[in-house]
Ligand binder design. Structure first.
Ligand code: 3PG
Ligand code: MG
Length: 381
């Protein structure tokens, strides 16, 4: 079973966010309850030099064992004698975690011989690694060819992710509002373009909003602006108008004299930010406007924060949107939150169980909503 246990660890190797591990527990238990044993494989981080203590999956064994309520075995290598031997003696109900797949460069290269070695360890291939589904790696895609159609399948995480993404992309009840935030327009062009074909409303927040204001001739002070994307921003606004999609930009901003927790803070309209000041969060007017739009929606997709929510002074906008998305959910809307930062935000503010679905995918979720076919999904079709 391929899982995405690429989770954040602190200096002492404590897991600081176990969402991705927890998400797989149901799939693992299903296999065990049905009389199987499970061999788990994952990557962790981006090791470039082979085996590295910092990227060892052994740091996850204790917590995973606790979550499963049984002792998880560990193999110090994902292929080779130890992996083969430990896999062979597994009894029904046993769980074995293999060492980081990326300790072999063959993993990211999608090497066939490496994929085949992995495939030999088990009888059935389950892909439950939605977070890594945008990578065409040996364990996420190539391996599938070594299993017959009835012996390869999605796990429950993958199934849930795909079902909720499909619901938003292809059968969204209207009004459908997409909330797109984050620092850079360049990261979000493709998703906005794809959503222009589907959404009724697009809310744009975060640092990227200032490139849009600059494109409209506004004065944004020293806010983050991607000069080379001003043309793109203009294009997107024009396309939205042609398609009748409402674009909502934050009319006002919380501004600061520097990018720091101890900055001087004030507020201004987003198109008249004074020289020497920068927008680091959406303002109170924007929070009101966005809230109304979100409350009226039947479908909401949220990717990217509204401000620098890691700093207390600039987290109000992201909190405000999280609250509005939770309210909409309670009123019956289908709401999906995805992308590393927005997921961290809903977790931090305690809204994770107040929205319909929290995606375990960052890059994978983004690419899915850009309309791309993900290799990890395609390999099982
Ligand atoms: C992620 O966290 O984005 C996935 O686990 C994929 O990792 P990668 O970006 O290093 O391929
Ligand atoms: Mg990534």
């Amino acid at each position: 079973m391929r899982v995405d246990y690429n989770v954040p660890l602190d200096e002492k190797y404590n897991i600081t966010d176990d969402t991705r591990i927890k998400a797989t527990i149901l799939t693992i238990k299903k296999i065990l309850d049905d009389g199987g044993s499970v061999i788990l494989m994952s990557h962790l981080g981006r090791p470039k030099e082979g085996p590295t203590e910092k990227f060892s999956l052994k740091h996850l064994v204790k917590h995973l064992s606790e979550l499963l309520g049984k002792e998880v075995q560990f193999a110090n290598d994902c292929i080779g004698e130890e992996a083969v031997q430990k896999s062979e003696v597994l009894k029904p109900g046993d769980v074995l975690l293999l060492e980081n797949l990326r300790f072999y460069k063959q993993e990211e290269k999608g090497d066939e011989a490496f994929a085949e070695k992995l495939s030999k360890l088990g009888d059935v291939y389950v892909n439950d690694a939605f977070g890594t589904a945008h990578r065409a790696h040996a364990s996420t895609a190539i391996i599938a060819k070594f299993f017959s159609p009835e012996n390869k399948m999605f796990g429950l995480v993958m199934e849930g992710e795909v079902a909720s993404a499909e619901k938003v992309l292809n059968s969204a009840e209207k009004p459908f509002t997409a909330i797109i935030g984050g620092a850079k327009v360049s990261d979000k062009i493709l998703i906005i373009e794809n959503l222009l074909e589907r959404a009724t409303d697009i809310i744009i927040g975060g640092g990227m909003a200032y490139t849009f204001y600059k494109a409209m001739g506004g004065n944004v002070g020293k806010s983050l602006v991607e000069e080379d994307r001003i043309g793109t921003a203009k294009e997107l606004l024009k396309k939205a108008e042609a398609k009748g999609v409402n674009i909502h930009l934050p009319s006002d901003s919380i501004i600061a004299d520097k990018f720091a927790e101890d900055a001087d803070v004030s507020s201004s309209l987003s198109n008249t930010v004074p020289d020497g000041w920068m927008g680091l969060d959406i303002g109170a007017l924007a929070c009101d406007t966005f809230t109304k739009v979100i409350h009226d929606s039947k479908t909401v997709l949220w990717n990217g924060p509204m401000g620098v929510f890691e700093m207390e002074k600039f987290q109000h906008g992201t909190k405000c949107v999280a609250q509005a998305v939770a309210d909409a959910t309670q009123k019956g809307a289908f709401t999906l939150v995805g992308g590393g930062d927005s997921v961290a935000a809903v977790n931090q503010f305690g809204f994770a169980d107040k929205v319909s679905y929290v995606s375990t995918g960052g890059g994978a979720m983004l690419e899915y909503f850009e309309g791309k076919e993900l290799p990890g999904i395609a390999a099982l079709k």
